[in-house]
Design a protein around this ligand. Structure first.
Ligand SMILES: Cc1ncc(C[n+]2csc(CCOP(=O)(O)OP(=O)(O)O)c2C)c(N)n1
Ligand SMILES: [Mg+2]
Length: 770
C-alpha cells in the first residue's frame, strides 16, 4: 500500500486526465488516422473509458499493491493500455495498432496482450465473478501452505453498472457468501447508462441491499468534495438532485450549464436563486459533474478506508463520457469524437498537435516531477509475471482392474488410487462440483481428501453414527470445493483454479465434474476459461441416451459438437477403463505443459466388458484420437467407426459381419476433436510445404479408397460423419438426433438406431450401394 502525500492527489488528477486523453486518442487514431484497408468500422468506447479514468488512476497509481489482481471492464481496455503506456510497459506501436492485427486488443486479454492482464474480459459479468473465485483459490493456497500470508493480494473487479444485470454475478455472490470470501473489491462505474440507453431507476439501491445481505460492505461514492459541499449548504437542492431520474440526469449532463440553470429555476424557483447567482453556467455544469467517481480525493479516501479484508462494493457515481462532448448522451456507448471534437479536446488538454503520443505531453515542469515519481512507485506493482509450467511430475496412472466397468466408475477408482498412492500430483489436485460430487463418482476421492473449508466443518451424520458411504467433513486441508448447483460457477472456479500457476505461481490440477447435458448451462464461462488458457480437467458424466431411465432432460446429445468447436479444450471419449487412465494421465501432463490445454472427458455409467489387450500399441492411437480395435484387411471395403459407450454394439456387429464382410475393420474413435484438428492442420501445412498426413488420414488409408464407413456414437451423428470427407469415403452415420426419453438400453438403442441391427443394416447398405 502506497501512502499518499499531498502532492500525490495533484499528480493523480493529472494522470486521470492523461488516461482520458490517451484512451480517447488511441481509439481516435485507430478509427480516423490509421489507414483502413477494408472499410470496416474499427470502433472503441471513448465514453466508457472517460467514465472511469479517475477510478483507474486511483487504483493503479495509488491503491494497488504488487499482489493485487484486477479484472477491468472490457470496454475500458484502452485505459488499461494507457496506464501501461505511462508506466513504460506498453509500446506506442501496440497502441497505434489498437484493434489491429497483433496490436493492443480491444478488450484486455491475458494471452494476446503484452501488458500484464490479470483476467481477460469481454463477456460482461464473467470478469467480475472470476475475481471471487480467484480469491477463493488464494484462500485455498494459503490454507494448504502453498502461499504465505504476506503474499496475499486483493482481487478487484472494475465493472459497468449494466454489468450488474448479468445473473452470473449473483450466482457467484451466493457461492462466495457460503465460502466466506474476502479480499475483494468490486467497483461499479455507476454511470447509469448501458449500451442502448439510460438504466432503470427502480433498481437504484436494490443492488446495495442484495450485496449487503450477502455480507458485503457497500460504499456509495455519490458526490465529489465540491458537489457535496455545495449541496450540503442547500438541502432543498440536494433532495431535488437526488430525486432526478437517471435519464434526466444524463440529459442534463449532456446539455450543460444553461439547462441545469433553467431546470433548477423552473423546479425550485426562488429558493435556489442565491445558489444560481453564485455560479456561471460553466461552473454549474462542472459542479454537477463532480460525482464521486470523478473526484480523486473521494476515491483515494474511500480506497484507503477499506484496507481490511471485508468484501466491498464501491458504487462510484460517474458520467458516461465525462469530459467529452457527448458526456451523458444516451447514445454515446459506441460514440466516437469527430476530428474537430478531438482537436478541441487536445487543446483543452494542452497537447500540441503532432505530440499526441507523448506520455506526459502538456504536463507542466512543476507538476512533472511529482507525476514521474508516482509513476516510478507504481511500476513495481504491475510487472508481467512469467507463466509457470513443467514443475510437477505426473506418474503413470494404472488402469483399474475389473472385467466389467463403466468409465464413470473407473474415473472414481483412478482418482481414489491416485489419492492412496499420494505424491505431488495428488496433493495438487483440487476437485470441484456443482452439487453432483457423489453422483459423478467423486465420492471416494472426497472421503479420502475431504472438503475444503476455512475453519473446520464437522460431519454431523458421522458424529451421530448414522451410516453413510460418504464422509462429509471439511477443513483447511480439504481438497474438494463443493459448489451449489450453478454450472457457470463451476467453470469460473475451474478458470480461477486453472490459472493458479499464472496468478500465484503454484500449479493446481483442477478437476470439475458435472452431468454432460449441463455443460450447456455454463458454456460462456467455459469458453471464458479456455480463452484465458486456464488449465483443468472437465469430467462430464453421465452422457447420452445410455443414461436410460433418467430420460430426455438428462440425456446429452451435442456436447461432442460443442467440444469440436471449442478452442483450448480437447475432448476424449473413452470406451474402456484403460483408455480412460491413459487419457487422465495425458490430461494432467497437458495441464502443466506450456503448449498444453484443458481436457473434457465424456463418460458413461454403462458397465461394459473390458477388452483384452495384447500389447500397448493401442495407447498412442487412443491418445491421438482413434485406433483400430479390430484391424481391417488391406484395402478393406468397410469399417465400423464407433465411439464410447456403444462400443459393445459395434464389437458385436463386427463379430456378426466379419465372415460376410472379409477384412471388416472396427475403428475406436476416442476424440473426434483431435482427429479433426489434426486433419485441418495437415491441410494447412500443405501450403507451407510440410504436408504430412494426419493421424486420421493414416488410419483411414488402411481401407480401400471407396470404402464405406458406418459411424456410430451416443451423440449427434455429425460428431463422426465428417470422417467421410477425410479421404472421400462413403458414410452411413448413426447417432442421436432427437430428444431422448426414458427406457432400458435395448429399447432405447433400438428406437434411436444405436444397436447391432442398425449397424448391420448400414454396413449392408454401404456395400450394396457400391
Ligand atoms: C455477455 C455480454 N453481452 C453483451 C455485451 C455487449 N455489451 C458490451 S458493453 C455493454 C453495456 C455495458 O454497459 P455498462 O456495463 O453500464 O458499461 P458502461 O459502458 O456504461 O461503462 C453491452 C451490452 C457483452 N460485452 N457481453
Ligand atoms: Mg454504464
Amino acid at each position: 500500500m502506497l501512502k499518499p502525500v499531498a502532492t500525490d492527489i495533484d499528480a493523480l488528477k493529472i494522470l486521470d486526465e492523461r488516461l482520458r486523453w490517451l484512451s480517447a486518442w488511441t481509439i481516435h487514431h485507430a478509427n480516423h488516422i490509421r489507414e483502413s484497408t477494408d472499410g470496416l468500422k474499427v470502433g472503441g468506447h471513448q465514453a466508457s473509458c472517460a467514465s472511469m479514468t479517475a477510478i483507474m488512476a486511483a487504483l493503479y497509481f495509488h491503491s494497488l499493491g504488487p499482489n493485487d489482481r484486477v479484472a477491468v471492464k472490457p470496454h475500458a481496455g484502452p485505459v488499461l493500455h494507457a496506464i501501461h503506456y505511462l508506466l513504460g510497459s506498453q509500446s506506442r506501436e501496440a497502441l497505434e495498432n489498437f484493434r489491429g492485427f497483433g496490436g493492443a486488443q480491444s478488450y484486455p486479454s491475458r494471452t494476446k496482450d503484452r501488458i500484464p492482464v490479470d483476467f481477460s474480459t469481454g463477456s460482461v459479468g464473467l470478469g467480475v465473478a472470476i475475481t471471487l473465485f480467484a480469491s477463493l483459490v488464494q484462500d485455498y493456497l494459503t490454507a494448504h501452505g502453498r502461499m504465505e500470508e504476506k503474499d496475499r493480494g486483493r482481487f478487484v473487479a472494475i465493472m459497468g453498472d449494466a454489468e450488474l444485470d448479468e445473473g452470473n454475478i449473483y450466482e457467484a455472490l451466493i457461492e462466495g457468501y457460503k465460502h466466506d470470501v474476502r479480499n475483494l473489491w468490486w467497483i461499479v462505474d455507476y454511470n447509469r447508462q448501458s449500451l442502448d440507453a439510460t438504466s432503470a431507476d427502480r433498481m437504484f439501491e436494490r443492488f446495495d441491499e442484495i450485496f449487503r445481505s450477502c455480507g458485503w460492505r457497500v460504499v456509495e461514492l455519490r458526490y465529489g468534495k465540491k458537489l457535496a459541499a455545495a449541496l450540503g449548504k442547500h438541502p432543498k437542492l440536494k433532495s431535488w438532485f437526488e430525486r432526478l431520474p437517471n435519464a434526466d440526469l444524463s440529459a442534463l449532463h449532456y446539455q450543460g450549464g444553461a439547462a441545469w440553470r433553467s431546470r433548477i429555476q423552473a423546479e425550485l424557483g426562488k429558493s435556489a436563486a442565491s445558489f444560481l447567482n453564485e455560479h456561471e453556467d460553466e461552473a454549474l455544469a462542472a459542479l454537477f459533474s463532480d460525482l464521486g467517481g470523478h473526484c480523486m480525493e473521494t476515491l483515494v479516501e474511500a480506497f484507503d478506508a477499506a484496507q481490511d479484508d471485508v468484501p466491498t462494493l464501491f458504487v462510484a457515481w460517474t458520467i458516461k463520457g465525462y469530459g467529452l462532448p457527448f458526456a451523458g448522451h444516451k447514445d454515446n456507448h459506441a460514440g466516437l469524437m469527430n476530428p474537430t471534437q478531438l482537436a478541441a479536446l487536445r487543446e483543452t488538454m494542452g497537447v500540441r498537435e503532432g505530440h499526441e503520443w507523448e506520455p506526459l505531453e502538456g504536463v507542466g515542469d512543476n507538476a512533472r516531477t511529482g507525476v514521474e515519481a508516482l509513476l516510478d512507485r507504481s511500476r513495481i506493482a504491475r510487472e508481467k509475471r512469467p507463466r509457470s509450467f513443467g514443475k510437477v511430475a505426473v506418474p503413470a496412472l494404472p488402469a483399474p482392474s475389473g472385467e466389467e466397468q463403466s468409465t464413470q466408475a473407473a474415473f472414481g477408482r483412478i482418482l481414489l488410487d491416485l489419492s492412496k498412492a499420494g505424491g505431488d500430483l495428488a496433493d495438487r489436485i483440487v476437485t470441484t462440483s456443482p452439487d453432483v460430487t457423489v453422483s459423478t463418482n467423486l465420492g471416494a476421492w472426497v472421503n479420502q481428501r475431504g472438503l475444503f473449508r476455512r475453519g473446520e466443518m464437522a460431519d454431523v451424520f458421522a458424529q451421530a453414527k448414522i451410516a453413510s458411504a460418504q464422509k462429509w467433513s471439511g477443513g483447511n486441508k480439504g481438497q474438494h470445493i463443493e459448489l451449489g448447483i450453478a454450472e457457470s460457477n463451476l467453470f469460473l472456479m475451474l478458470a480461477a483454479a486453472g490459472l493458479s500457476g499464472d496468478i500465484f505461481g503454484e500449479r493446481l490440477f483442477p478437476i470439475g465434474t458435472l452431468y454432460d447435458p449441463f455443460i450447456a448451462r455454463g458454456l460462456d464461462a467455459l469458453n471464458y476459461a479456455c480463452y484465458q488458457d486456464a488449465r483443468f480437467l472437465l469430467v462430464a458424466t453421465p452422457s447420452g441416451i445410455t443414461l436410460g431411465p433418467e430420460g430426455g432432460a438428462h440425456q446429452s446429445i451435442n456436447p461432442p459438437l460443442i467440444a469440436l468447436g471449442q478452442p483450448g479444450l480437447r475432448h476424449y471419449e473413452p470406451a474402456y477403463a484403460d483408455e480412460l487412465a491413459a487419457m487422465m494421465e495425458h490430461a494432467f501432463r497437458l495441464i502443466d505443459d506450456p503448449n498444453g490445454e484443458s481436457t473434457y472427458l465424456r463418460l458413461s455409467t454403462r458397465n461394459i466388458s473390458q477388452i483384452g489387450r495384447e500389447d500397448d500399441s493401442w495407447r498412442e492411437g487412443a491418445i491421438s484420437g482413434a485406433y483400430w480395435l479390430r484391424a481391417p484387411a488391406t484395402n478393406a471395403e468397410a469399417a465400423i467407426v464407433a465411439m464410447g459407450a456403444v462400443m459393445p454394439e459395434a464389437l458385436a456387429a463386427w463379430e456378426e459381419l466379419r465372415e460376410d464382410v472379409p477384412g471388416l475393420g472396427l475403428l475406436a474413435v476416442t476424440s473426434p476433436d483431435l482427429l479433426h484438428r489434426g486433419w485441418t492442420a495437415s491441410q494447412a501445412a500443405r501450403w507451407q510445404g510440410e504436408r504430412k498426413p494426419s493421424h486420421i488420414e493414416r488410419v483411414l488409408s488402411a481401407l480401400a479408397p471407396n470404402a464405406g464407413l458406418v459411424t456410430i456414437a451416443d451423440a449427434a451423428p455429425a460428431s463422426l460423419s465428417w470422417l467421410g470427407g477425410v479421404l472421400g469415403q462413403r458414410v452411413a452415420p448413426l447417432g442421436v438426433e432427437k430428444f431422448g426419453q426414458t427406457g432400458n438400453l435395448a429399447d432405447l438403442y433400438a428406437a434411436y438406431r444405436l444397436d447391432g441391427s442398425a449397424i448391420t443394416e448400414a454396413v449392408a447398405e454401404l456395400l450394396l450401394a457400391q
